[in-house]
Design a binder for this molecule. Structure first.
Ligand code: SF4
Length: 324
């Protein structure tokens, strides 16, 4: 990689040179993968960033400050759009445009660090934005090489079993694997996540257990509770039967509204959690941050410049950084 500016026309990394040092001491500049900050939106604990790529698309990232944690989380995208078509996700409904390069992935991290004061707290880099990271494995792996082993990393996947096994090979002890489950059986999961046809739950869990056993950790299984879809007592009981004894933690997530999906947030979180806990599962609840600015789980989207984000008039636009 060369040493020219990081973000098209505006050297955010140079503006805050510390950000370059914090990503494992590597120089992450690359003229071939420039991006510019197009817009950002802020809530009290989340800043959402919209980056314009050189070929006229956008990707979104977010800096989240969880009050209950000792570290900030930088949520980044690995693809422009996504081919997985998860039924509850805005990104999935838009389809895939292309993979991001490794540089475009890490530029999101550097751009966010360059835009804010580097937090005194620890940092987590979380591949939980747009795209399925394990379907862009080489670029994600390249980006991971620029992240210090001291930083936490999260990779969230729909359960691409061969990709999970490749992750096993990386032996990253600072990496938390998060697998989207969202249903206790293949029939319902196929409705929510069509990828289940290719990787049924049994195959996904087998790969997750291999990951957990090899890395001596537990894999987090994400389960978004959707009203009248997957949130019945019977679903919780089925989950208990499916997961009991496995090296996993079950994360019950609140649905972040995406109006065109037709789904609604469940009111059964507490009862669902109780059944899972009483059945012996390690279970906890998760509240997405930033839903009011479209930065919650499954709310990221991509836009063309000629069809800008409908919320663009509401965001803080930093004219100095716009180079679309
Ligand atoms: S939830 Fe993740 S994997 Fe599924 S469509 Fe959305 S971005 Fe893709």
């Amino acid at each position: 990689m060369n040493t020219t500016c990081i973000l098209d026309g505006h050297a955010m990394g140079m503006r805050n040179a510390r950000s370059m040092e914090t990503i494992g001491g590597h120089n992450i500049n690359n003229t071939a993968s420039r991006m510019s900050l197009q817009a950002k939106a802020e809530s009290s604990v989340v800043t959402k960033y919209v980056w314009a790529t050189r070929d006229g698309h956008t990707v979104e990232s977010a800096h989240l400050q969880f009050r209950t944690r000792e570290y900030d989380s930088l949520c980044i995208s690995s693809q422009i759009g996504c081919a997985m078509k998860c039924a509850f996700c805005a990104t999935g409904l838009q389809g895939i445009v292309r993979n991001l390069t490794g540089d475009e992935i890490i530029l999101q991290v550097n751009g966010m660090l360059g835009d804010t004061q580097y937090p005194a707290r620890g940092l987590e880099v979380s591949f939980t934005g747009m795209g399925e990271p394990l379907l862009n494995f080489s670029a994600v792996k390249s980006a991971l090489e620029h992240i210090s082993p001291d930083m936490r990393v999260v990779i969230s996947t729909v359960g691409i079993a061969p990709g999970i096994r490749k992750l096993v090979g990386l032996r990253m002890t600072n990496l938390q694997l998060r697998v989207s489950l969202h249903a206790p059986n293949d029939e319902l999961r196929t409705e929510l996540m069509p990828i289940t046809r290719q990787y049924p739950i049994g195959e996904v869990l087998a790969a997750a257990v291999e990951y957990a056993d090899t890395l001596r950790t537990r894999v987090v299984l994400n389960y978004v509770l959707l009203k009248d879809v997957n949130d019945a007592e019977a679903h919780a009981e089925e989950l208990v039967g499916l997961l009991n004894g496995l090296p996993v933690r079950l994360r019950l997530s609140r649905f972040s509204p995406v109006s065109e999906t037709g789904f609604a947030e469940s009111a059964n979180h507490h009862a669902f959690e109780q059944i899972c806990a009483q059945g012996g599962l390690d279970v906890y609840q998760f509240h997405s941050l930033g839903t009011e600015i479209g930065a919650g789980m499954g709310q990221f989207r991509h836009y063309r410049p000629e069809a800008p984000a409908p919320w663009a008039s509401r965001v803080t636009r930093n004219a100095d950084l716009v180079a679309v």
